[in-house]
Design a protein around this ligand. Structure first.
Ligand code: FAD
Length: 499
């Protein structure tokens, strides 16, 4: 038997190849383990999506698959496979890898769904001393190795990085970006069954969820995932680059692809995504700055994050270089957007509550930035992101939150902490306008919680930030503030309450 985890659902997980994979007629096994949902309080839209995707895949595979509903993976495996040998592709978390390695008759094959084998990355990183690895170097190495957007030995268009053509603020004359709407799937009877099951589990008091389980917004099948990729490449990719970092209250998606969920379920392979985007540029359907920006996200960032998760080792998740220990307050855990007055945070928290998704900048600057400024425990912040995002899995959350967003690794992944005052949010979004706080104010009744939080963060970590050439300027500016005592007082007054 070959075992498919719930994030190994695409054809590249059942295809035989030189490095392993099940033969064409190998029976398949899928296990729906209830204990996964009991252990943690997931967003209900995420639970819905994963179960829907697994059940849709099982329906497609028909008699070839044994689909077991069990309490735990161990129990499901014993019931379905008994003493027979089982193969599985390398799972996506340390916990799952430990589990499969501890089972006597299970053979673990190589990972699928990424561009670079883990061993190749380890050799590349070891060759650089293993420390201070740079995503930009990795990205160029992947582009060369996979001949992505290359003209011979040179990057297509002559430059590796077209960021300065991107990252525009949102248009000021419109509440939404003028682009065709993204692909959204139609629910079917499998979704109805999933919803009934989740209702029952909640009613029985067996599990508890966060968020709202509205109509399913993300692909659950390969057909849906391919339709989403096609729509993005044909209608939305051309505006992806310029508005990558912009935020609009009434248009949470802008030109983003919404492909992280199907990619992380294994419904899409990253190679097909970047190849489709490159073809769109070569066919004159999308400009290079947008295509390069998208390829960088998938072949650069996504791939890098996956590799670092394994390369940095299991202890990386416990890093806490800034010594942040505060617990997450209930209003945050409950996604209680209504309790928050700061318009940016309230808007973004409502997006997470209603859909289990928001794009990169709200994750990094609004949610992650606030957690960092408040000094919340990075492990708890990682767990919160993991549970509440439809695309959240251990491998992708640990580096993105511990490393990129909370700087808990002390700079192993990024060169400086990502946190900002209200001025950046005001420049890159339309969120500040009707907010009761003013982005420029750091004292007084209308002081922006992000501006106060930013200066308090620099103040608390001044010694560390003064040693870093990328942040020393912030410390110098802090030293010139005449009202620091009042800033400190305002930050203390906030306590645990929503801003
Ligand atoms: P687009 O903006 O359209 O980007 C295209 C693709 O690039 C995404 O689909 C994704 O597959 C990939 N990508 C880009 N950046 C990253 C990155 N840093 N890490 C991994 N993939 C990346 N992404 C997840 O897939 N799952 C997560 O749980 C997740 N958690 C995050 C938590 C924090 C605090 C931060 C700062 C980022 C996180 N990201 C995560 C990365 C990124 O925010 C999402 O991939 C992206 O917002 C998903 O929306 P999209 O598909 O429309 O992305």
């Amino acid at each position: 038997m070959h075992w498919l985890f719930g994030d190994q659902l695409g054809p590249h997980f059942t295809r035989p190849s030189d490095d392993g994979g099940p033969a064409r007629d190998t029976p398949l096994l899928m296990i729906e383990a209830r204990s996964v949902f009991r252990r943690r309080r997931f967003h209900r839209a995420k639970a819905h999506l994963v179960l829907s995707a697994m059940r849709h895949r099982a329906a497609e595979l028909g008699d070839r698959v044994t689909y077991v509903r069990a309490d735990t993976y161990r129990e499901g495996l014993a019931r379905a496979a008994g003493d027979s040998p089982v193969t599985v592709h390398h799972p996506t978390s340390y916990a799952a890898l430990r589990l499969v390695c501890s089972l006597p008759r299970v053979t673990v094959g190589p990972a699928r769904g990424f561009l670079v084998p883990l061993g190749d990355f380890a050799a590349w990183a070891d060759g650089r001393g293993g420390e201070r690895l740079r995503q930009e170097d990795f990205y160029r190495w992947v582009r060369r190795g996979h001949e992505l957007l290359m003209d011979g030995d040179e990057p297509a268009g002559g430059r590796w990085n077209l960021d300065h053509d991107n990252r525009r603020p949102p248009p000021r004359d419109s509440a939404v970006l003028d682009v065709p709407r993204p692909y959204r799937p139609q629910e079917d009877e499998i979704d109805e069954e999933v919803r009934r099951d989740l209702d029952r589990w909640e009613k029985d008091g067996d599990v508890s969820f966060t968020g709202r389980d509205g109509p399913r917004l993300f692909p659950a099948t390969r057909t849906e995932a391919r339709a989403a990729l096609k729509r993005f490449v044909e209608h939305r990719l051309s505006t992806f680059g310029p508005y990558e970092d912009a935020v609009l209250a009434a248009d949470p998606v802008l030109s983003h692809s919404l492909l992280s969920a199907p990619l992380n379920l294994g419904l899409l392979d990253p190679a097909e995504c970047v190849e489709r985007a490159e073809s769109a540029w070569r066919d004159g359907l999308a400009p290079l700055n947008s295509v390069e920006g998208f390829v960088r996200q998938i072949a650069g960032w996504r791939e890098y994050v996956w590799q670092l998760y394994w390369y940095f080792g299991e202890q990386y998740r416990d890093r806490n270089a800034l010594g942040h220990t505060a617990a997450l307050p209930d209003w945050w855990n409950d996604l209680d957007a209504g309790a928050v007055r700061a318009r940016c945070l309230s808007t973004v928290l409502a997006q997470v509550r209603d859909t289990g998704w928001t794009h990169h900048i709200p994750r990094l600057m609004v949610l992650g930035g606030h957690a960092l400024q408040r000094g919340w425990d990075p492990a708890a912040v990682t767990d919160w992101f993991h549970r509440n995002f439809v695309d959240g899995y251990d491998w992708v959350m640990v580096p993105n939150v511990v490393g990129m967003s909370q700087y808990a690794d002390g700079g192993r992944m990024t060169t400086k902490p990502y946190t900002t005052g209200g001025a950046y949010l005001n420049r890159m979004s339309d969120l500040c306008g009707p907010c009761p706080y003013r982005p420029g104010d750091r004292t007084g009744e209308r002081a922006c919680p992000y501006t106060v939080g930013y200066w308090s963060f620099v103040d608390r970590h001044r010694a560390r930030l003064a040693r870093n050439h990328r942040t020393v300027q912030s410390v110098r500016q802090l030293d010139r503030l005449g009202d620091l005592a009042e800033v400190r007082r305002r930050q203390r007054a906030l306590g645990d309450s929503p801003p």
